[in-house]
Design a protein. Structure first.
Length: 110
């Protein structure tokens, strides 16, 4: 393979056990503190810790935050709307999983 045709990817693997501080989470999502405050207040993202200076965010929250960011930037959805949409998307995912499990059980019974 030629050097010019080789593609490389750079990135960080974030495990579920990873806890990000407020500033690390903002940096990872490329958002301002005020944006994160609104998301936390409206239930989009749920940190551990009582005060903003003590907040820690699970690495798994990054996916939710990135979807929230796309909704905010691309569709101009406000934080309460983002929380609603994310909740509905989670419900749809759960329903799809249940349907798939039921369908696989039905095939096994045949």
């Amino acid at each position: 393979m030629h050097e010019s045709s080789a593609n490389s990817l750079c990135g960080d693997i974030v495990e579920e056990q990873v806890q990000l501080t407020r500033s690390e989470f903002c940096r990872a999502c490329d958002i301002r503190d005020e944006h994160l405050d609104a998301w936390v207040f409206d239930g989009v993202i749920e940190p551990t810790g009582r005060a903003p200076g003590e907040w820690l965010f699970a690495g798994a929250s990054l996916h939710r935050a990135r979807v929230a960011l796309r909704l905010t930037r691309d569709l101009e959805v406000n934080p309460p709307g983002v929380a609603l949409v994310l909740g509905l998307l989670e419900q749809i995912g759960e329903l799809k999983s249940r349907l798939q499990r039921q369908a696989s059980r039905g095939e096994q019974q045949r």
